[in-house]
Design a protein around this ligand. Structure first.
Ligand SMILES: [Zn+2]
Length: 206
């Protein structure tokens, strides 16, 4: 795309680096910003820059956070003995939106996928095992997407903690195979959390 302004072209090219944004959409967004007051672009740029520079991972659950401990982990009303294991922050948001879960989370940062070169050591699995070992956990709920990688990850973690006497459950699947948690509607997700099943049962049925 050749444009009449190199500055415009550069902005469009940068915007088009984002996933799902083609050059046309990028141009539309950039032209939109040009029509807005200058401050609007400044707020956007500042928000992005601050987010990129200052955001951290929660020391306890590995989700994105402004502080060393995230708001969810720091909330005294949350039940610290229940941990829901998810892939990323989008899953945390999806489950939070159901309003039905009062425990904590643990964000793995992905799932085991040998094809993509992602092994257990690249994920935040060790801290979960440590928490279970320390006797802090009564129940672990697997809420990973029902893909082969999700199942492999569940099973890997399960093997590490099997010897400890805690409840291990998995969200009930009203969710079709391969569906990502993020796209499941709140009612279905809420129901599948409430009707979670013991993990052992889920592997016997597989
Ligand atoms: Zn946290």
């Amino acid at each position: 795309m050749e444009l009449s302004s190199k500055k415009l072209e550069k902005a469009v090219n940068e915007m088009a680096q984002l996933p799902g944004i083609g050059k046309r959409t990028a141009l539309r967004l950039v032209l939109h910003l040009l029509k807005q007051p200058k401050e609007q672009t400044q707020f956007l740029a500042e928000a992005l820059q601050n987010m990129r520079e200052e955001i951290k991972f929660c020391n306890n659950c590995n989700t994105l956070s402004d502080n060393d401990i995230c708001e969810i982990c720091a909330n005294p009303k949350r039940d610290k003995s229940i941990i829901c294991v998810v892939e990323d922050i989008r899953d945390v948001m999806a489950i939070e939106n159901t309003g039905l879960y009062k425990g904590l989370y643990h964000v793995l940062g992905g799932r085991i996928s040998p094809i993509d070169g992602i092994g257990p050591s690249q994920l935040s699995i060790f801290p979960i095992v440590e928490k279970v070992k320390a006797g802090e956990v009564k129940e672990l709920i697997f809420a990973l997407s029902s893909t082969m990688e999700g199942d492999t990850t569940n099973f890997y973690i399960y093997k590490q903690i099997q010897e400890y006497s805690i409840n291990v459950s998995t969200i009930a699947r009203g969710i079709a195979i391969g569906d990502e948690l993020e796209y499941t509607d709140e009612v279905t997700l809420g129901r599948s959390l409430l009707h979670r099943i013991p993990f052992e049962m889920s592997i016997k049925n597989a």
